[in-house]
Design a protein around this ligand. Structure first.
Ligand code: SF4
Length: 494
């Protein structure tokens, strides 16, 4: 077992949104531990603060988890301590619950009927109410995350004798969730009724695999079968695959997170039935149609703006050049010891190539603008390197609202586009022009755009607004808020 502990630094105020987590599960495969490791490695972009896995040999469940990257948590001959053909894994980035080893998933619990292990990607907006209910009944929570709620529901005597215990528990949850659940002899996977977070199902040899993104399946040679449907609970065991429903299609329809396509998911993944690479380049082409520039060169912010810049270049005929080079040896800025060193490292991350931009009119492409501070710096660097003009092109509409479904956006007051026109943003950033992709343009590149959430752009959330109000109150008053705010504002936590 590898569990790290002790004092650690909290995150630098994130300039770009960060994903909550990634999950993976396998049933009936050779060497589950190594398969989970490879799957988690492919999902590392979804969370770099902690990683863990639980593996079952059919009788006992073995676990290993800790703070850090997948390659830092699972070291040496870790597979020898994790025998079995079935298991689940998790990579974590915290948006609720502090960044502490106790919050690293999967969570294990022993109920009257044996061991359960759970791992979660998403954010439960009614977690505060459910936690309150269980604490009033005397439950003691081991973590400060919303995810632990499900374990308490599974152990709840009110649910315990019920045939549809898992489904009844899931039906109580509101918000975004992709859960993988392990028992000694089977694995479950469930996706929230709105389908906010992605979850895919595949075949691996004679067994099965479930993962947040198909890139994890590609990594281990699993064959993609289909997505876990919104409101579906899939059971994988010795009898094969069984599909159960725990919720109907919501009255307001689905709400798949469009930011998975804009920024979070890996370009070699398919999410929500579409190639991420294809969607991002199509966004860039549409951006060029909506906001032509007459510039000399298209330069992406690496890596987030590369594919949109490529699409922009193809459509406009303006040459694509790597005007910024990313330093891959900088490490994880958010675990550096002081705010100053974290800011400094963030500045070191990208270096300009003067030969590409000197004397040129530059189109600078990025996926999104959150606070506006980073883009300001990049424009300044380009001008100092000799750029004649800098025209910023953004691969999504202005981000004016927070997210309540597991994405770490700041509050509206900190979003540069909230309450400002595009021209005001331009002046603030110091650009010659700023062009955002329109909401209509974004919808035009998506298959079934009516199935997507655009809440951070238009303020319309697919579910849980009544809980969102509760959550606001909790965030202002509750102990969880203290941790979250410390987390967000870079205070050292124990
Ligand atoms: S509000 Fe934005 S980031 Fe959050 S789920 Fe909706 S689209 Fe995704």
């Amino acid at each position: 077992m590898n569990v790290s502990c002790g004092k650690r630094a909290e995150a630098l105020e994130p300039e770009r949104p960060r994903e909550h987590c990634g999950v993976v599960a396998v049933y009936g495969v050779e060497d589950a531990a190594m398969t989970l490791y490879n799957g988690l490695f492919a999902l590392q972009h979804r969370g770099q603060e902690g990683a863990g896995m639980v593996v079952s040999d059919g009788k006992n469940m073995h676990f290993c988890k800790g703070m850090g990257l997948v390659s830092e948590v699972f070291t040496g001959d870790f597979t020898e301590h994790l025998p079995g053909r079935t298991g689940i894994g998790h990579v974590r980035y915290s948006t609720t619950g502090a960044s502490r080893s106790v919050n690293v998933q999967p969570f294990l619990g022993e109920c009257r009927d044996g061991m359960w292990a759970i791992a979660h990607n998403g954010n439960l907006v009614n977690a505060g109410e459910l936690r309150d209910r269980y604490q009033k009944q005397g439950s003691i929570f081991q973590t400060t995350t919303d995810s632990e709620i499900l374990l308490h529901q599974l152990a709840d005597p009110a649910f315990f004798g019920q045939k549809d215990r898992i489904r009844n528990a899931l039906a109580e949850l509101c918000g975004s969730f992709a859960f993988v659940i392990a028992r000694p002899n089977c694995v479950y996977a469930a996706r929230d009724p709105w389908g906010i977070r992605p979850l895919s199902l595949g075949r691996l040899g004679k067994g099965y695999m479930v993962a947040s993104e198909t890139c994890a399946m590609q990594q281990v040679g699993a064959e993609y079968i289909r997505d876990v449907n919104p409101g579906e609970l899939v059971k994988l065991d010795g009898n094969g695959m069984k599909s159960l429903r725990f919720a109907d299609v919501p009255a307001g329809g689905y709400g798949q997170c469009v930011f998975e396509h804009i920024y979070f998911a890996r370009p070699n993944s398919h999410v929500f039935g579409q190639s991420v690479y294809t969607v991002r380049t199509a966004i860039g082409r549409r951006l060029a149609q909506e906001h032509p520039s007459g510039a000399d060169v298209v330069v992406p912010i690496p890596d987030s703006g590369v594919l949109a810049a490529l699409g922009y270049s193809h459509e406009s005929g303006v040459p694509f050049e790597m005007g910024f080079i990313r330093n891959h040896y900088i490490g994880r800025t958010f675990i550096m010891p002081t705010q100053r060193s974290r800011r400094n490292s963030a500045d070191l991350k990208l270096a300009v190539v003067p030969e590409v931009v000197d004397g040129k009119r530059v189109v600078l492409v990025d996926d999104s603008i959150i606070r506006g501070t980073t883009i300001q710096k990049r424009i300044d660097v380009l001008r100092r390197a000799g750029a004649k003009e800098v025209h910023v092109r953004i691969a999504c509409p202005p981000t004016r609202h927070p997210c309540y479904f597991g994405i770490d956006f700041p509050e509206a007051s900190e979003l540069v586009a909230a309450g400002r026109s595009e021209d005001q943003v331009r002046r603030l950033c110091g650009a010659d022009s700023v062009g955002y992709l329109s909401l209509e343009g974004l919808r035009s590149v998506l298959k079934n755009p009516e199935h997507f959430c655009f809440g951070c752009f238009d303020g319309h959330y697919v579910c849980g607004t009544e809980h969102v109000v509760c959550r606001h109150a909790l965030e202002r008053n509750g102990p969880e808020n203290l941790e979250d705010r410390h987390h967000r504002y870079g205070v050292l936590m124990q």
